[in-house]
Write a protein that binds this ligand. Structure first.
Ligand code: SF4
Length: 178
């Protein structure tokens, strides 16, 4: 069965793709990240996803617009929140809702997200938001915690092997370390 995988960055998509393939899915990646700032950084991360798709022979949806205004509008009033708080919840929800919408648009039954591979992110919260988004669009959500079974470590090894660009901040301008 095909599954749509919401990708936050190529390094996180390495092991997540492998795990889903091992679970019997045919993975289609969807790099939807209006939060990434600035445009040059977005372009670098997008290019890394294209590189990974090539290396792992993944079907990757390429026609995805970069719409940072949507992110800024959604997190208005929460810009100064520390990472891991309300702004991030809104950011996760925005991306998961879009993945659910895309899943429906493509006529697929189920979607997943690479977000749960990060040791800095709350998998339970991401899964709850994913299920909410799935229910909204009448599709299914694949619950995951890709960091388990050394998933995060494996993603680092795979990224190195593939020579993928790895960023040093989460994505939005508020997460750039001064
Ligand atoms: S820190 Fe990361 S998860 Fe939080 S709002 Fe910024 S890009 Fe989104």
């Amino acid at each position: 069965m095909k599954i749509l995988l919401l990708v936050c960055c190529a390094p996180d998509a390495t092991y997540s793709t492998l795990a889903l393939r091992e679970a019997g899915y045919e993975v289609i990646t969807y790099f939807y990240n209006p939060c990434i700032h600035p445009q040059e950084e977005y372009d670098k991360r997008r290019a890394a996803m294209a590189q990974l798709a090539d290396k792992m022979a993944i079907e990757d949806i390429k026609e995805v617009p970069y719409d940072p205004e949507r992110f800024f509008e959604a997190v208005k009033g929460f810009e100064s929140e520390p990472e891991g708080n309300k702004r991030c919840d809104i950011c996760f929800k925005l991306r998961l809702m879009e993945a659910a919408r895309k899943c429906k648009e493509l006529g697929l039954e189920i979607f997943a997200s690479t977000l749960t591979i990060s040791p800095h992110k709350n998998a339970a919260l991401i899964n709850a938001l994913g299920k909410e988004a799935a229910e909204h669009y009448g599709v299914k959500y694949y619950e995951s915690d890709f960091k388990k079974k050394d998933g995060f470590k494996k993603s680092i090894t795979m990224s190195k092997e593939f020579g993928l660009y790895r960023q040093n901040y989460c994505g939005c301008e508020f997460s750039i370390r001064k």
